[in-house]
Design a protein around this ligand. Sequence first.
Ligand code: AP5
Length: 222
Amino acid sequence: STNEPLKVMISGAPASGKGTQCELIVQKFGLVHISTGDLLRAEVSSGTEIGNKAKEFMNSGRLVPDEIVTAMVTVRLSRQDAKEKGWLLDGYPRSFAQAQSLEELNIRPDIYIVLDVPDEILIDRCVGRRLDPVTGKIYHLKNFPPESEEIKARLVTRADDTEEKVKSRLEIYKQNAAAISSTYSSITNKIDGNRPKEIIFKDIDSLLSQLLKDKTEKSMKP
Ligand code: AP5
C-alpha cells in the first residue's frame, strides 16, 4: 500500500519499561526499533571510536554528548528499512538540543508516548534488571525471571544499574524532561507504567492501532 508508516517515540525515566514495551510493539507493528542505549552499548562492546568516547559518560550515568548521539540516530533513521517499515525511537531525544536537531531535519513522530512510573519503583527495577547477551531480551530477577538455568547462567548486569547511578540518571532525566516534552506537547500520551506489562501494552496497542487506522483513511481520500 501507499500508506505512510508509523513513527513513534517512547520516553520515560530509567527503567520505566521502554525497552520492554518496545519488544511488544515491534512484535505487533513491525517497526524498526532504534534504541540509543542499545546502539551505544553495542559500540562500547565492539570497542569502536564512538564506543570509547561514550563509555565513561554511560558508566557514570551521564548523557553522552549530543553530537555523538545525534549523528548515530540520524544515520540510522535515514536507512531504507526505517523509511519503509516506520520507526520506534527509544531513548532519543533526551535533551532540548536533541529535540531541536530532529525538528530542524523535519523529523517528527506521530505520537510521543511517556511511561510514568514512581521513583521508588524505578530503583528496584534497575537493580533487579538482567540482560541476555544472546537474545537481547530484558529480564528482572523478581518480576521476569529467566525461563531456564541455561539462560540464567549467561545473564549480565549493566554497569550503570547500581542504586547510586540510577539516582543520578533519574536526576538528569528530570532536568531534561520538561524541555523535551514541550516540543511534543500536542502529540503526547502519558501512560501509567506501574502496571503489568501486558496491560500497559494494551493501552499502547490501541493508541497505535487508531493512528494506523487514521493514516489509512487519510490515504484513501482523493
Ligand atoms: P538507556 O539504555 O536508554 O537507559 P535508560 O533510559 O536509563 O532506560 P533503561 O534502559 O534503563 O530502561 P527502560 O525504560 O528501557 O526499562 P526496561 O524495559 O529495561 O541509556 C543508557 C545510557 O546511554 C544513558 O544513561 C546515557 O549515558 C546513554 N544515552 C542513551 N541515549 C542517549 C541520548 N539520547 N543522549 C545521550 N546519552 C544517551 O525495564 C527495566 C526493568 O524493569 C527490567 O528488569 C524489566 O524486566 C522490568 N520491567 C519492565 N516493565 C515492567 C513492568 N510493567 N512491571 C514490572 N517490571 C517491569
